[in-house]
Design a protein around this ligand. Structure first.
Ligand code: PLP
Length: 419
């Protein structure tokens, strides 16, 4: 029972180095966040030792009476937070949640209709070599060439043509709200299930800053670690009791064995925190931060450098920078921002002329910085640093100093030491 630093100094060093990296840089990957200390404590706990196949009160192992309390709390809080009748909090990740949803709603060979990956959809929405693309017959909608937005007439046309069993609404890289009532209307017209994957914007929904898909969808899936800022994992909601039974059996034994009870405890904590005013304030700063970045990147000096935004702005926690007219490609932009201490990911833009490993876009998100404490003033400063970095020939040293000053202003995990 020696400490990590003695048992495995190499891994201890990884923990310390990663903590320093997170402290000293500005995290703007739209799907990342910082969990609070309480969530770290729960996920790094003795609950990792427990096998608990099954569901609370109906387990296939003895000794589950304590972990049952954690799972019931997580389920009840998820239901309360999103106004759903049923919740399954066992998915290990967003991808396994999605596998279970498709397992529950469709049979291999059935047709599914989702947003294509290269227009902002997720791998699990029908990408060719993902399970979703291999098991199901995939039809995909894209975004409009001109507006960059999902064209609902096109969704309706494709739904009528392909008669899918499941219509998927949700995205990994799209800066606008979706029209859930219209998606449901189209699903009803063709007799499809509507499944909303709210992985990215669930935190905004919980705070009342984004329409709630559970009011319209047959099933909603999500991750917990993006805007919500909980442990890396997934969950599934529905208001339909028949579907809830199918979902439970699709998660276990359909997809998974023993649930990660330490992570489920962390989810319970994250959902409790998501009911607070502090959380609502954080989500409001997240959304406002994205708007501030959009406003700065739309100014003339940046536009003249060939930088644009897909859809011309944002309703959510991210912007998609369009570099198709810039001499700087997505890979170079990601590297330049890395050099000034800002972490983002390059991202294909719709009909990207550059290859997928290079791309002509950047996805820039604000959840992690809002968690760190950023408000309007700091978002204005980081927006300006991004704008200056994306101008060809920018002098990077002073920009690096500005991001370091912002990181210093908001200490992260104070007192945490991995020795
Ligand atoms: N769904 C959407 C919309 C996502 O963006 C993601 C992750 O990026 C996932 C599902 C998958 O989540 P995970 O990485 O936890 O499997």
């Amino acid at each position: 029972n020696l400490p990590l630093s003695q048992v495995d100094p190499e891994i201890a060093a990884v923990l310390g180095d990663e903590l320093n990296r997170q402290r000293n840089t500005l995290e703007m990957i739209a799907s990342e966040n910082f969990v609070p200390r309480s969530v770290l404590e729960a996920t790094g706990s003795v609950l990792t030792n427990k096998y608990a196949e099954g569901y609370p009160g109906r387990r296939y192992y003895g000794g589950c009476e304590v972990v049952d309390v954690a799972e019931n709390l997580a389920r009840d809080r998820a239901k309360e937070l999103f106004g759903a009748k049923f919740a399954n909090v066992q998915p290990h990740s967003g991808a396994t949640a999605n596998a279970a949803v498709l397992h529950a709603l469709a049979t291999p060979g059935d047709t599914i209709l989702g947003l294509s990956l290269d227009h902002g959809g997720h791998l699990t929405h029908g990408m060719k070599i993902n399970f979703s693309g291999r098991l199901y017959n995939v039809a995909a909608y894209g975004v409009d060439n001109e507006t960059g937005r999902i064209n609902m007439d096109e969704v309706r046309r494709l739904a009528q043509e392909h008669k899918p069993k499941v219509i998927i609404a949700g995205w990994s890289a799209y800066p606008r709200e979706l029209d859930f009532p219209l998606f449901r209307e189209i699903a009803d017209e063709v007799g499809a299930y509507l499944w909303v994957d709210m992985a990215h914007f669930a935190g905004l929904v919980a705070a009342g800053l984004h329409p709630n898909p559970i009011e319209h969808a047959h099933v909603v899936s999500s991750t917990v670690h993006k805007t919500i800022g909980g442990p890396r994992s997934g969950f599934i909601l529905t208001n339909d009791s028949d579907l809830s039974k199918k979902i439970n059996s699709a998660v276990f034994p359909g997809q998974q064995g023993g649930p990660l009870m330490h992570v489920i405890a962390g989810k319970a904590v994250a959902f409790k925190l998501a009911m607070t005013d502090e959380f609502k304030d954080r989500q409001a700063r997240t959304k406002r931060g994205a708007q501030i970045i959009a406003e700065r990147l739309l100014q003339d000096d940046v536009r003249e450098a060939g930088v644009a935004l897909t859809t011309g702005g944002t309703d959510v926690h991210l912007v998609l920078v369009d570099l198709r007219n810039s001499p700087i490609d997505g890979q170079q932009a990601e590297d330049l921002l890395h050099e000034v201490g800002i972490t983002v990911n390059r991202n294909s833009v719709p009909d990207d002329p550059r290859p997928p490993m290079v791309t002509s876009g950047l996805r820039v998100g604000t959840p992690a910085l809002a968690t760190r404490g950023f408000g309007d003033e700091e978002f204005r400063e980081v927006a300006d640093v991004i704008a200056e970095t994306l101008k060809p020939g920018a002098d990077l040293a002073p920009l690096r100093a500005r991001t370091a000053a912002l990181a210093d202003k908001f200490p992260l995990y104070e007192g945490l030491v991995y020795a």
